[in-house]
Design a protein around this ligand. Structure first.
Ligand SMILES: C[S@@+](CC[C@H](N)C(=O)[O-])C[C@H]1O[C@@H](n2cnc3c(N)ncnc32)[C@H](O)[C@@H]1O
Length: 341
């Protein structure tokens, strides 16, 4: 296998101690959530919940290009470059009709060190691959759900032409060039046994730069599959690191998510504890330094349980935390810093 196997490490690369860098004048990660829709219904994911049972996520499901254009030009006004600009959120980003144009624009304005997409890969046609490569995408992450069409049907309820799917991934890999990174990952529950694991590495191990098997973790409230995961897991994070209950959620200190309707949230929870702001009304730089974010951060430094019940019970951090991001032990000194802002 040519690809490097990632095991118990951050897929995006080495992290630095976050607490020492705070407060940040520029977010490290800006995540565009371009479309609240998915063509898969993975049984461990929020999209397995029937639509009528889902709570509020966004006022409208597809980000308008005009709003994207406003945001991307404002990102260029931050004092530093964003580290990672990511297209993901609770949906399939390649479903957005302007996705290639969005990547191209972000590249033209040079707003981030790395522009990446996390996708299920099912819409990665040759045309899509050519478009994304030409647009300047820096990293493509493909979330895999099995080593056969049968498994795709079982895990995510879709009929997939598995051979064409693999060929499409190979097409991207062979044309992307060395500057573009490609990470393929699969959820552990999609692999039956050691033989299936071997099949996974045989099929995909030579058509990506890094490859991994991630733990499926119970992070979505209301997903019925969660209870099976709780039984089986509880000791490792999604990335294979020891699980830890963090007192202070660090996400709002370094990330910004822009929802399809322009509402800004400071975390990747599907039902947010709070909408922090709205970029239809204010600029992203003002929002990052504004009262919505600052009040939330100050409250968070007193501990998750002091923010709201939702944050107290949220499993995302516990199952996704990297040790470098845990700012809990620095809360007192950070409180003094954030008080002055
Ligand atoms: C929600 S999806 C959205 C992006 C895109 N549709 C995709 O499939 O990559 C983002 C990523 O979260 C992962 N994911 C979703 N639910 C998860 C869970 N309960 N445990 C671990 N990973 C999960 C998916 O496998 C995927 O890699």
């Amino acid at each position: 296998m040519k690809a490097r196997l990632l095991d118990s490490e951050a897929p995006g690369g080495k992290r630095q101690n976050l607490a020492e860098k705070l407060p940040l004048s520029t977010p490290y990660v800006v995540q565009f959530f371009p479309i609240y829709a998915c063509n898969f219904t993975c049984k461990y994911c929020h999209h397995s919940i029937p639509k009528e049972k889902r709570k509020f996520v966004t006022d409208w499901p597809v980000m308008k290009y005009e709003l994207y254009e406003k945001c991307i030009s404002e990102l260029a006004q931050f004092p530093e470059k964003i580290k990672t600009l990511r297209f993901v959120g609770m949906g399939e980003p390649l479903l957005h009709k302007d996705i290639v144009r969005m990547v191209k624009r972000a590249k033209e304005l040079d707003v981030a060190n790395r522009i990446e997409i996390i996708t299920n890969g099912s819409l990665l046609t040759h045309e899509m691959s050519d478009g994304l490569i030409a647009a300047g995408l820096d990293r493509l992450v493909i979330s895999l759900q099995g080593t056969s069409a049968d498994k795709y049907k079982k895990v995510c309820g879709i009929d997939l032409d598995f051979n064409s799917f693999v060929d499409n991934i190979r097409y991207f890999y062979e044309r992307k060039g060395e500057a573009v990174q490609m990470y393929l990952k699969i959820v552990d529950i999609a692999l039956d046994d050691e033989e299936d694991k071997k099949r996974y590495f045989d099929i995909f191990g030579d058509i990506c730069d890094t490859i991994g098997i991630e733990n499926t973790v119970p992070i979505f409230p209301d997903v019925s599959f969660n209870k099976d995961l709780y039984k089986a897991k509880g000791i490792k994070t999604q990335f294979g690191l020891p699980m830890k209950h963090v007192k202070v959620c660090p996400q709002a200190f370094y990330t910004m998510q822009i929802n399809p309707d322009g509402k800004i949230v400071g975390c990747y929870a599907v039902y947010y504890p709070r909408i922090l702001d709205d970029c239809n009304e204010r600029s992203l730089v003002d929002i990052w330094n504004g009262e919505g974010y600052m009040t939330f951060r100050r409250q968070m430094l007193d501990g998750r349980e002091n923010v709201c019940k939702f944050c107290e019970e949220c499993a995302i951090n516990d199952f996704r935390i990297f040790p470098e991001d845990d700012i809990s032990d620095y809360a007192e000194e950070l409180k003094a810093k954030y008080k002055q802002l």
